[in-house]
Design a protein around this ligand. Structure first.
Ligand SMILES: NC(=O)c1ccc[n+]([C@@H]2O[C@H](COP(=O)([O-])OP(=O)(O)OC[C@H]3O[C@@H](n4cnc5c(N)ncnc54)[C@H](OP(=O)(O)O)[C@@H]3O)[C@@H](O)[C@H]2O)c1
Length: 277
């Protein structure tokens, strides 16, 4: 097992939710953390809580192409190296695909794919010069399951998943390990923070949390110690993914039920024949 004592860990999306909880886990395990997000007040508060010697706040918008180089420069200025990168920042989008807006699609892909890739390029190059490192990407089962009204988010995470799996092979020779984390459904403000179009914002009972924030943060910390290829936290999510491969038609029908529950179909002209008047 790898010791995290004094390891330098760069965490994006650290202003709240999974990222903030993960920062606390790593500091408790002896690591030092560079905290990245847009909300500078929340980052400064968390850095103060964790201690000036252990944490620094880097305010950055990952959709800004200049961010990645600046984040790495600030991390090196503060700590001198980068041992672990946790690409956790992410944003959802609840929208029927025919209503999805280009600017919102660009925002989702800008954070979940392009921003994460740009930062990974800068940090992984630094890791290569140091002789190794670990990239941990926060993925989701929504990249494997066609969830109605979450197609843009799922597509962005599917792209990120493919980047993760390809990067793992490309970086293996330079001792940079790549891990994917599949958290399940976690009780954070992720759904409230998601961009949305129309009234498809409702979240079905069955999509309510099945994994705690602390459990995800702890699993990410354990992944840094054990360096697995991937960690899956939700049995339910994994069953759906297996069903998507073995029984895709069943899964389509199941997801059509979800669609109808979120957005009931308009009444048919013959419906009145079956109703008592
Ligand atoms: N919650 C779940 O059920 C769940 C399930 C599977 C996977 N995930 C994944 O887990 C990750 C964390 O989600 P969460 O549940 O902790 O959500 P969250 O509470 O909404 O946190 C999202 C984080 O991303 C940051 N972020 C968003 N846009 C950004 C931008 N343009 N630049 C920099 N940072 C940005 C936010 O900080 P600022 O707003 O301060 O910038 C925030 O710290 C995401 O990648 C999500 O896809 C979540």
């Amino acid at each position: 097992m790898i010791s995290l004592q004094d390891k330098i860990v760069l965490i994006t999306g650290a202003s709240r939710g999974i990222g903030a909880a993960t920062a606390r886990e790593f500091v408790a395990a002896g690591a030092r953390v560079a905290l990245v997000a847009r909300s500078s007040d929340a980052l400064t508060q968390l850095a103060a809580e964790l201690g000036a010697a252990r944490a620094c706040a880097i305010s950055a918008d990952l959709t800004d192409p200049a961010s990645a180089a600046r984040i790495v420069a600030q991390t090196l200025a503060m700590f001198g190296r980068a041992d672990v990168l946790i690409n956790n920042a992410g944003i959802g989008y609840r929208a029927a695909l025919l209503r999805a807006r280009p600017d919102q699609i660009a925002q989702v892909f800008g954070v979940n794919v392009f921003g994460a890739l740009a930062l990974t390029q800068h940090v992984a190059r630094q890791m290569q010069t140091q002789g190794g490192g670990h990239v941990i990407n926060i993925l989701t089962t929504a990249s494997r399951i066609p969830i109605p009204f979450q197609g843009i988010y799922g597509a962005s995470k599917a792209a990120f998943e493919m980047l993760t799996d390809t990067l793992r092979i490309e970086l293996a020779r330079s001792q940079v390990v790549v891990t994917g984390i599949y958290p399940g459904t976690v009780a954070t403000t992720f759904n409230q923070n998601a961009l949305r179009e129309g009234e498809t914002a409702a979240i079905l009972e069955e999509y309510r949390a099945d994994t705690s924030v602390q459990a995800v943060a702890h699993a990410i910390m354990r992944a840094a110690q054990q360096r697995p290829r991937a960690t899956w936290l939700s049995g339910r999510g994994r069953r759906y993914v297996i069903a998507s491969v073995l029984f895709p038609t069943w899964l389509d029908a199941r997801m059509a039920e979800t669609r109808d529950a979120l957005e009931p179909p308009p009444p048919q002209t013959w419906d009145h024949l079956f109703k008592n008047s």
